[in-house]
Design a protein around this ligand. Structure first.
Ligand code: ADP
Ligand code: ZN
Ligand code: ZN
Length: 658
């Protein structure tokens, strides 16, 4: 008799699989990774076969049979990976396995559309440029690792400024893996899947690549997934979730822009695609290649480096001017006189500029000058943001929005003051002063619709002379040779976040923005407005000195025992009922304090500001023993989750929070 051990795909945390099912003769080809529909209590559920056995502890007559097996299953390697993620990130097997299933699994679908073939014969068409010596060296190191040469490092950091030819190295490495009959995965931040970037991969690798991105429909994603599963395609390019792509005989895993925060999943499981990639590569003997201009401290410390120290085009990195805003009169507005001067220079020269301010909306605060009333969100403990175009006050944490008032509801005064600046206000100031030069704004209010984002970038691209103003979105990955000035208005805004990664984030943001300027023959400059000019993240980014920033940052983290010198785990609790939340948080902290391994610091429960009407508390653990800590957290949280009297409190676990 054949028994299938099936993990049902349920959301219930307390349910503990796998469960045994008897396989009938016609399901002889069911194996680890098969997706089956099974009777479960009174329901029918989808489940994944995680093991096979000859016998069961349950008498055969009491075992049910699966109702059906779906046409396509998952490779056994990915079943192991999904279960590993579940354990590693304190989630459930079911949630871990969902990550590796075919897109839309279990939904009865229409027949796959026939694919539209792009012209040409399908194989790689475009040739490769002759690599520079540094690129050659990097590729040689990767090929040695692919070959399994003794002493070759199998995890490599490709550190090179923007435009230093990193993508060319990835392409050559992927081609080398393919030539050895092995597959590859290239992870990129979602924003990196711009049509031009994808076209570059397609031009070189032809239809051997499958692209998985969130703009595709489930059906389209399923088609791409099937092409990989069947071996028709052997390279997958995609964002974080592509780390679970069913690539056979994986030889190479590339993580482009490895510093990008989008590699961390916010929901459950709170996996980090970089850590998953590292694990998967190690398990299947693949080479891991992480590339960036601004590596994370943990990557810098943990991986041998390949350096691409200069731009391919021979251009210098643009000079960076740091403008100290502490002495300036706040009434003179959010732009320093020198910034205005530089922008006017761009207008005279008929060139282009990028201006970044990391806050959308018009103004972040609305206050009454007469009585001091301040407009806050009724559901969240935060200020409402003034949105000028829609004439509304909007909460950036929940969907709350109200009409922008013209008189104070408390005292009837009309002297309302809108303090601070967001993208809309900067857009207005720039338009007023620099017109008729066009000003384009890019932030998530604009880019809500699919395609709107690309359209604005395209209009900026074809304009003769223009300014692009926006949030962090403007700092990522585009290449506009006519940009001769990039300016960041509030470089220290991210530094004020109460987060040990604030410095790292600020460094990456300033350095990435600096990389947007001076990519053409006209050269360029960079302006950084800040209240903290001496902060290492700003001073080092201004000097284009990643190494010095990282050495200092690592020293600081060692002293404070932050990652990579410890492991963090966070528990987020929330409830509409504050007293209830307080007692559950205290109870949880008590249980953890008793059970956590020696050397784990437990901080909190700390109150967080209210969001969407829910009060919040947070517990943080700093651990030397990651595995031991996660195991205790899993055990304690599962026990609480099973306790129905605690239903009003929701508990989420974030391992390695970002
Ligand atoms: P990065 O990924 O580091 O930003 P890219 O690989 O995109 O850099 O290279 C920047 C530009 O230089 C691209 O247009 C690319 O085609 C070109 N390029 C890269 N390497 C070479 C080379 N060896 N010879 C000529 N052009 C190159
Ligand atoms: Zn008032
Ligand atoms: Zn709100």
């Amino acid at each position: 008799m054949s028994i299938a051990k099936v993990e049902p795909l349920t959301t219930a945390r307390a349910l503990r699989g796998p469960f045994d099912y008897r396989l009938p003769a016609e399901m002889a080809d069911v194996g680890v990774g098969s997706v089956v529909r099974v009777p479960f209590g009174r329901q029918r559920m989808l489940g994944v076969v995680v093991g096979l056995a000859e016998t069961s502890e349950i008498p055969p007559e009491r075992l049910a049979e699966p109702i059906e097996a779906l046409e396509t299953g998952v490779p056994a390697e990915l079943v192991r990976l999904g279960l590993w993620v579940a354990r590693e990130y304190c989630s459930t097997p079911s949630r871990g396995l969902r990550l590796v299933l075919p897109p839309g699994a279990g939904v009865r679908r229409r027949r796959a559309r026939p694919r539209v073939e792009h012209t040409g014969v399908g194989t790689a068409a475009a040739g490769a440029p002759k690599l520079l010596p540094e690129q050659d060296e990097a590729v040689a190191a990767i090929v040695a690792a692919l070959d399994g040469a003794t002493g070759a490092d199998r995890e490599l950091l490709l550190h090179g400024v923007t435009g230093s030819g990193k993508t060319e190295v990835y392409l050559a490495a992927v081609e080398a893996a393919l030539a050895m009959g092995r597959g590859a995965i290239v992870l990129v931040p979602e924003i990196g899947l711009a049509p031009q970037a994808v076209a570059r991969f397609r031009a070189r690798l032809g239809d051997r690549i499958a692209v998985l991105h969130s703009a595709l429909t489930d059906g389209e994603r399923y088609d791409e997934w099937r092409r990989l599963r069947s071996g028709e395609a052997s390279v997958c390019v995609g964002p974080r979730s592509a780390v679970f792509a069913p690539v056979e005989n994986l030889g190479l895993l590339v993580i482009d822009e490895e510093h990008d925060p989008s590699y961390k999943q916010e929901g459950d499981p709170s996996y980090d695609a970089r850590a998953v990639a590292r694990h998967r590569a190690a398990e299947c003997g693949a080479v891991l290649l992480a590339g960036t201009a601004t590596p994370r401290p943990e990557t810098w410390l943990g991986m041998p480096r390949l350096e691409l120290p200069r731009r391919v085009d021979g251009l210098r990195m643009p000079p960076v001017e740091v403008l100290d805003m502490r002495g300036t009169d706040p009434r003179s507005g959010p732009l320093h006189p020198a910034t205005w001067e530089a922008l006017e220079g761009v207008r005279r020269a008929g060139a282009k500029a990028i201006v970044m301010i990391n806050r959308r909306g018009f103004a972040p605060w609305l206050t009454c000058r007469s009585c001091g009333h301040h407009w806050n969100c009724p559901n969240c403990d935060v200020s409402l943001i003034v949105h000028r175009h829609s004439r509304r006050l909007v909460c950036h944490h929940c969907s709350h929005a109200e009409t922008l008032p013209s008189v104070c509801g408390k005292c009837d005064s009309t002297t309302l003051s809108r303090a601070g600046a967001g993208t809309q206000r900067i857009e207005e100031l720039l338009t007023r002063r620099l017109g008729p030069m066009p000003v384009f704004r890019l932030d998530s209010d604009i880019a809500a619709g699919r395609g709107a984002h690309a359209e604005i970038l395209a209009r900026f691209d074809v304009a003769d002379s223009a300014v692009l103003v926006g949030t962090q979105m403007v700092a990522k990955g585009h290449d506009f040779p006519e940009v001769t000035l990039s300016a960041i208005l509030d470089a220290d805004a991210t530094l004020r976040f109460p987060d040990f990664r604030a410095g790292e984030r600020t460094f990456a943001m300033v350095a990435q923005l600096a990389g947007r300027s001076g990519r053409g023959e006209a050269g360029g400059e960079v302006i950084v407005q800040t209240l903290a000019p001496e902060a290492p993240s700003i001073a080092r980014a201004a000097g284009h000195d990643a190494a010095a920033f990282l050495e200092g940052e690592l020293e600081r983290r060692r002293a404070l025992r932050y990652p990579p010198f410890s492991h963090l785990t966070r528990i987020n609790l929330s409830s509409e009922l504050e007293p209830r939340l307080g007692s559950v948080a205290a109870h949880l902290a008590g249980e953890l304090a008793d059970a956590l391994p020696e050397g784990t610091d437990l901080l909190g429960p700390a109150p967080m500001f209210r969001v969407r009407g829910r009060h919040r508390r947070r517990l943080l653990m700093k651990a030397a023993d990651r595995e031991g800590t996660v195991a205790v957290v899993r055990e304690v949280v599962e026990r609480l989750a099973a306790d129905r009297s605690l239903r009003e409190v929701s508990i989420g676990v974030d391992v390695d929070p970002q």
